[in-house]
Write a protein that binds this ligand. Structure first.
Ligand SMILES: C[S@@+](CC[C@H](N)C(=O)[O-])C[C@H]1O[C@@H](n2cnc3c(N)ncnc32)[C@H](O)[C@@H]1O
Length: 226
């Protein structure tokens, strides 16, 4: 990806601004605040509490800065929760750029800087443990090319907004995600677009509209039946 600029968001954490599509990687109202609310609190924490699973398998679309992965890694260590994390990213960031992001300064965990660097240096296509609870598999591929069946408990759907990247929110891609999820699998995203939620319902998801992070009225959580 070309033409990326580091920007400061309202909670003091960085995001990246993509000049070509005039879009940021996270909410300008707070990158860490948004990631924590949407993916950790309403996704991972919800699933841990509702399922009590010993090991949770997560699919992220797409890895980008690695902020969601880092917050998940910290959660795992803190709560002694095992997670196997698969992150798709067709356009990886260079460490030269990612290494300038200030996430570890805003995350109260003594090892966050170390884990952030490690996760950006893991070999592509290999499962790499970052701590006893969290392992990551980075795949340099698109969701459109990802063939997984009945593999994931949770999907962090963190693509660019429908107005910028419409194809990734359509039925074809959502069906790939549905097939990759296990029964009772959960998808969370910051997006609350009507057509997207109707697509999820048509594919058999139970769709909840939840309060969004600062600056966004709603977000979406969708759960497959048992
Ligand atoms: C809104 S950004 C969010 C990134 C990340 N979750 C973060 O916190 O930085 C969307 C990411 O999806 C990636 N992406 C774009 N097209 C994709 C595709 N077809 N499949 C998977 N990821 C894709 C982009 O390269 C970008 O890194």
């Amino acid at each position: 990806m070309q033409n990326l600029q580091i920007k400061l968001t309202k909670d003091g954490s960085h995001t990246l601004w993509v000049q070509d599509i005039q879009e940021s990687f996270h909410s300008m109202n707070g990158a860490i605040t948004e990631s924590r609310h949407v993916f950790i609190d309403q996704g991972l924490k919800y699933l841990c509490q509702s399922s009590g699973k010993a090991v949770i398998s997560i699919l992220e679309i797409g890895l980008g800065t690695g902020l969601n992965a880092l917050l998940t890694c910290c959660y795992c260590q803190e709560h002694k929760q095992k997670v196997q994390y698969t992150a798709l990213e067709p356009f990886p960031l260079s460490w030269e750029l990612a290494g300038r992001l200030n996430y570890s300064e805003h995350i109260a965990h003594s090892q966050s800087a170390f884990w952030f660097a490690e996760l950006h240096k893991t070999a592509w296509g290999q499962i790499e443990p970052l701590n006893p609870y969290f392992s990551i598999l980075r795949k340099k591929e698109t969701i459109q090319d990802h063939a997984a069946l009945n593999q994931y408990d949770l999907c962090y759907f963190d693509a660019f907004a429908p107005g910028r990247q419409p194809d990734i929110w359509d039925m074809k891609v959502l069906d790939i995600v549905r097939r990759g999820l296990k029964s009772s699998g959960v998808l969370v995203t910051y997006c609350a677009q009507g057509q997207f939620k109707r697509n999820l319902k048509e594919l058999g998801f139970h769709v909840e509209s939840l309060p969004g992070p600062p600056g966004k009225k709603e977000m979406t959580r969708a759960v497959l039946p048992d």
